[in-house]
Design a protein around this ligand. Sequence first.
Ligand code: XMP
Length: 514
Amino acid sequence: MQLFKEKPFYIRHAEYLAKQHMTGMPPIGLTFEDVLVQPAHSTIPSRQSGHISLNSHVVGDVYVNAPIMTANMDTITEWRMAQEIALLGGVGVIHRYLSSDEQARQVKIVKEKTRTLQDKPFSVHPDATIRDMRRLQKELKTGYFLVQDTESNLLGIVTDIDMETTEDVSTQAFNIMTPRDRLITVPAGTTLEEAEKIMKANRIKKVPVMSSEGRVVGVYTRKDAELVRKYPYASRDNKGKLIVGGAIGVKDIEAEVERAYKLVDAGVDFIIIDIAHGDSENMKRMLKRLIKENIPVPIIAGNIATSEAAKALIGEGARGLKVGIGPGWACDTRVVAGVGRAQISTIASVAAVAVKNNIAVIADGGMRNPGDLVKALVAGADIGMFGGMFAGTEETPGKKIIRGRKFYKRYEGMASDSARRRAKNALNTIQTIGSIYEDRYSETEEGEEQDAPEGREKEVPYRGPAKEVFIYIRGGVRSGMSYINAYTIPEMREKGELERITQAGAVEQYGDII
Ligand code: XMP
């Protein structure tokens, strides 16, 4: 092993695959069950140690606190899942089988969940009535309004309680607000922790932050302070808002560009152009267009499986690559189309091109145990994308189904018959969804139906909160890091070694299950 240490596994493996292809003999592609990560002498004192960093590259300058991303599938990630996973330190990608307005609305919900400072607090004019404010409240989902005059001078604050305790809805803000002279404020530079103490001492829930010129800089709230304390590892942007991604398609370019802009306006941190076969002209056209549009968030493109595709998409401006053709729990592509590539080899091939260009590698699909993510990270990935492992959890979209005395939830491949039918129904009500569906899973002519579904459908047992799955996976990564003496996620691919095992080895790892 020492012999090869100057080159990490993922580079050597990618070189082997390329070389072997040249000989004309098909190389041996490796997947999760074919390999084990080799233990190495470790100086890491504890798996829980503050020395280990799970800081993970998502794309561009977007980083999160655990290498766990939930899949943009309509049975996995909508706002509830994205919110929960970001609070825990990972990130979710909201799927695109929604109208663009609805997808953007969901992104907004995640972004509005928490922040360190509300830097654009909602304000009303002193003449606004309770009726006006109630209407605005529904739209903006805010529990309070600052009252400001036309020169943006702070006059007071109106909270929910002020409105609730006044019956006449034509009463104006001016008459129910806590006026400026009785209002507690803090100067700019006060931290959220300091502001929380002041709020507690004064039994208030919000405190405006004032500049030295007497202007409102923002508002601190007790709720935000509590969420910061409750979720210390939450994935946050520089305003303390949760990080979230959104997926778009390729076929109807104008509609998808519009979708991208709506997501950006809603605050999305990155966009994934997600199609079944990312190494395609459709993908290139879309990428080119978004780069030309100067979309102000980084773009991940996928799915791909080869170093050639990686080079091509990086060349077109992709800053992250979603990697995997057919490894997923609900995928039938390999069975139906006969196409795919073993996932460890896929990750290594793409990483060998991407890592030196600082392009993020998203290992998408096929991970059935936390150890599979460890293997994916050693094989070169920056982060893993999960569908099946989170299937059936409380935060997935869709209702619980009762069978006998047991609860289930549905998990469906996006190219399954059922998902296709759902998309078709949506087509009748949502104008853009036809093109959305078509470009992901049908490579046939416009309007023509795909005749061989490439996705499976299943009912999976209800699994309780996503948090438990998340903690299980994160624990596995920490453990894996300590076995290979990796203090950071990128160190895993630099230090980790994978060894191929036999069928007997694969059976052995499941101990008494056999
Ligand atoms: P896991 O294994 O985590 O994989 O469930 C999630 C990934 O599977 C992909 N996906 C599909 N692939 N047919 C496919 O070939 C499908 O119907 C399908 N639906 C989802 C997708 O990349 C997801 O992230």
